[in-house]
Design a protein around this ligand. Structure first.
Ligand code: 13P
Length: 250
């Protein structure tokens, strides 16, 4: 069975000192956690190393929010996969809608990053999701299938089995408008069916699919009980230890 995975995307929040306080609080709150769900923290680059060191002796994992696809080179301002593995970073969020929207990331660029993640043994969390206009136009499922297919170009079945796909409808991010559990389930099921068509049933059954978008303690249980939802990618509510832990226990 798939182990659910709860990841906190801290986005551009927390100074190094704040990141340490937040990590310590989460660590403490999970000290006797049975580990039923996998937990991953994704702080900003400036705090990644400190957070990785703090959770080093626990079951909590660490992820980056972005990375470049080259190992090194003249790419001012970028961070490479090699730099991430060097500090103990095991996951990377790729293709978040904020990166697509504000930084012009295309499916082709995100696919290159995905390939680089696998080449460096970093587990990618590939984000996909429709806009409000696409949902209202009835294009959600066709858009999601196309976005997923483009993102998975040249990715093998074995790699897909190991990765995480995060379904994040753009209209639900940071808006307080969570998708209804049934709405989220419908799309996550379609994502799994698309993986089955692109690869095979075993790969579709293995890949973990998260939902993201205004997940909080009060709606986590409903969302996480859906058969095709294998976890949550949490933004705002991951910045307060009690809220994040409530989701993990949700
Ligand atoms: P919120 O939980 O703040 O809506 O953010 C979701 C998200 O974008 C996680 O990557």
């Amino acid at each position: 069975m798939r182990r659910q995975i709860i990841a906190g995307n801290w986005k551009m929040h927390t100074t190094r000192a704040e990141a340490i306080v937040l990590t310590e609080a989460i660590k403490q709150a999970l000290a006797s956690y049975d580990g039923e769900r996998e937990v991953v923290l994704c702080p900003p680059f400036t705090s990644l190393s400190a957070v990785a060191d703090l959770v080093g002796d626990t079951a909590i994992g660490v992820g980056a929010q972005n990375m470049h696809y080259e190992s090194a080179g003249a790419f001012t301002g970028e961070v490479s996969p090699l730099m991430l593995t060097d500090i103990g970073c095991e996951y990377v969020i790729l293709g978040h809608s904020e990166r697509r929207q504000y930084f012009g990331e295309t499916d082709a660029l995100i696919n290159k990053k995905l390939q680089a993640a696998f080449a460096n043994a970093i587990t990618p969390i590939l984000c996909i999701g429709e806009s409000l206009a696409q949902r209202e136009a009835g294009e959600t499922l066709s858009f999601i299938k196309a976005q997923l297919t483009a993102g998975l170009t040249q990715i093998t079945a074995a790699q897909v089995s190991d990765m995480v796909i995060a379904y994040e409808p753009i209209w639900a991010i940071g808006t307080g408008k969570t998708a209804m559990a049934a709405q989220a389930e419908e799309v996550c099921k379609a994502i799994r069916q698309t993986v089955a068509v692109l690869y095979d049933t075993a790969t579709a059954e293995a890949v973990r699919i998260q939902y993201g978008g205004s997940v909080k303690g009060s709606n986590a249980a409903d969302i996480l009980s859906q058969p095709n939802i294998d976890g949550a990618l949490v933004g705002g509510a991951s910045l307060k230890s009690e809220d994040f832990v409530a989701i993990i226990n949700g």
